[in-house]
Design a protein around this ligand. Structure first.
Ligand SMILES: Cc1cc2nc3c(=O)[nH]c(=O)nc-3n(C[C@H](O)[C@H](O)[C@H](O)COP(=O)(O)OP(=O)(O)OC[C@H]3O[C@@H](n4cnc5c(N)ncnc54)[C@H](O)[C@@H]3O)c2cc1C
Length: 459
């Protein structure tokens, strides 16, 4: 079919207003939050009903058109960079919360529902949806499931996959596939919903997601522990975990990040501190008191200079706002901000911190480190300018070294940001030729023409 005929075909499905072909529109959807070159799609299609979504997928497959689904485009691994001349299918018109079931504690949503809006609606009904990626005010549930997004609460409450009870998705033939159920237990057939989690738009296009909800937290206590060295802070993380207390959140910030955040928004952070741990314990009020006291004690035993406990909701919000400011504050410092995601077993956090110091010195790069230390998931953030070719070469070598060392410590390439285009070349280092061949065989059966988000994850 010619390009014009394809445009007409898509217009007949979603309406002329929802097919975008101008250079400006195509440019808008040519990149995402990863530091990668943009790629122009041929057109952008915006379905507003489930039926339209299924038909759009089928037209792409019938015509061998590469299709990249896009939620908010906030992923950090190039998952929504289109294939040259392909089609971007936007899900922001599929943004309905279809059901919140208070009795059975689940919800059914369309893929374009924004995460924070969903969590707020759930909270209004007296329930709790814990996954809270830093991008939650714009990221979508479809994108969260496709990336298996984490967040600040991953340590105690798990990540998106722990809340996915089912996914209805369109296969390339335009058939609606059902997986999972509204029941707590379900072993009916293959766990296709599990397969869809972290599939980054390469195996099917989500139409609806069934999500588990849980009772809200009864009480919580937040604190900020100030350390004289990053080593002491990272050893404290390992000590808290091994004491069998599971905080809801256990985050680390190094001195560079602390100073940058304080310059960004005067939050009263101790700019002279070598490192901070931001910790929240939650649960039954009595348990919270006991855990908070024990965590404070462990911090002091591990050389914390001071532990400040938030006295009220305002102080607590200030602690978490400071943490959420880390990435935007760092990103303002230099034209290019490379946020990495390598993750290690939690006991290896002190070793990983040493690796990052070594990388920074060896390649003479500015690296701010913060992240979900309690999950072993640090976000070393390299501040640079991609136009400086010499420095950029050093950045690429530094990233290689971070992954190599994380894997050597028994870690993984990505804790939560996905593989996409950015890390597909490293997959062989963590998996094996046989594993990749298995994944490619599976993909070629489910998507014989290879139209679903080509190039992502398995190359
Ligand atoms: C400031 C900032 C903070 C962040 N903080 C975190 C964090 O704390 N934790 C974390 O895990 N991530 C974080 N991220 C990364 C990002 O927000 C997450 O990966 C998020 O899940 C992406 O959601 P999205 O709607 O933007 O998806 P997109 O970027 O639009 O898409 C992501 C992937 O999902 C696929 N996809 C989207 N919709 C569908 C669908 N309907 N069917 C099939 N595939 C689909 C896309 O093809 C793509 O491969 C952050 C990003 C930024 C910019």
């Amino acid at each position: 079919m010619s390009n014009n005929a394809l445009i007409k075909e898509f217009e007949s499905i979603v309406g002329a207003d929802n097919v975008m072909t101008s250079e400006t529109d195509r440019h808008t959807y040519s990149y995402d939050a990863a530091v990668l070159d943009s790629v122009m799609p041929a057109m952008v299609v915006r379905p507003t009903t489930s039926e339209q979504l299924g038909k759009a997928v089928k037209v792409c497959n019938d015509n061998g058109l590469p299709l990249t689904v896009r939620g908010a485009g906030t992923n950090l691994s190039g998952g929504t960079i289109p294939h040259p001349g392909g089609v971007v299918v936007l899900t922001n018109g599929l943004n309905r919360i279809l059901e919140i079931n208070e009795e059975d504690m689940y919800a059914v949503v369309e893929p374009g529902v924004v995460t924070a809006r969903f969590a707020a609606e759930v909270a209004k009904r007296g329930l709790f949806y814990p996954p809270d990626p830093g991008s939650q005010t714009v990221s979508t549930i479809g994108g969260n499931v496709a990336e298996n997004a984490g967040g600040l609460r991953g340590l105690k409450y798990g990540v998106t996959k722990d809340y996915v009870m089912g996914v209805d998705f369109w296969d390339v033939e335009g058939e609606l596939i059902h997986s999972g159920s509204r029941t707590v237990k379900c072993v009916t057939g293959y766990n296709l919903a599990g397969l869809m989690v972290a599939s980054e738009g390469t195996l099917g296009v989500f139409d609806k997601v069934i999500l588990k909800l849980i009772p809200p937290v009864k009480a919580a206590k937040s604190m900020m522990a100030i350390f004289p060295s990053v080593k002491a802070a990272s050893e404290t993380v390992a000590a808290i975990i091994s004491s069998k207390i599971v905080p809801a959140t256990l985050e680390l910030m190094d001195n560079f990040t602390i100073r940058t955040v304080e310059n960004f928004r005067k939050a009263g952070l101790p700019t002279e501190a070598a490192a901070l741990l931001l910790i929240e314990v939650d649960g039954h009020p009595a348990e919270v008191e006991e855990d908070a006291a024990r965590v404070e004690e462990i911090c002091r035993q591990n050389k914390a200079d001071e532990v400040k406990v938030a006295n009220d909701a305002a102080e607590r919000d200030a602690v978490w706002q400071a943490r959420r400011d880390a990435l935007p504050a760092l990103a303002k410092l230099k034209p290019t901000c490379v946020l990495e995601d390598a993750t290690v077993p939690r006991s290896k956090i002190p070793a990983m911190i040493e690796v990052l110091e070594e990388v920074s010195n060896k390649y003479n790069l500015t690296i701010g480190t913060f992240g979900h230390a309690g999950d072993g998931n640090l976000h070393p953030t390299i501040l640079t300018d991609k136009r400086d070719e010499k420095e950029w070469e050093r950045v690429e070598e530094a990233v290689d070294m971070i992954f190599e060392r994380a894997l050597a410590l028994g870690g993984t390439l990505s804790g939560e940001h996905g593989i996409g285009l950015a890390k597909s070349k490293f997959m062989i280092n963590e998996t094996s030729a046989g594993t990749l061949a298995y994944a490619r065989r599976m993909k070629s059966v489910l998507d014989p023409k290879g139209i679903l988000n080509p190039g992502k994850i398995i190359g």
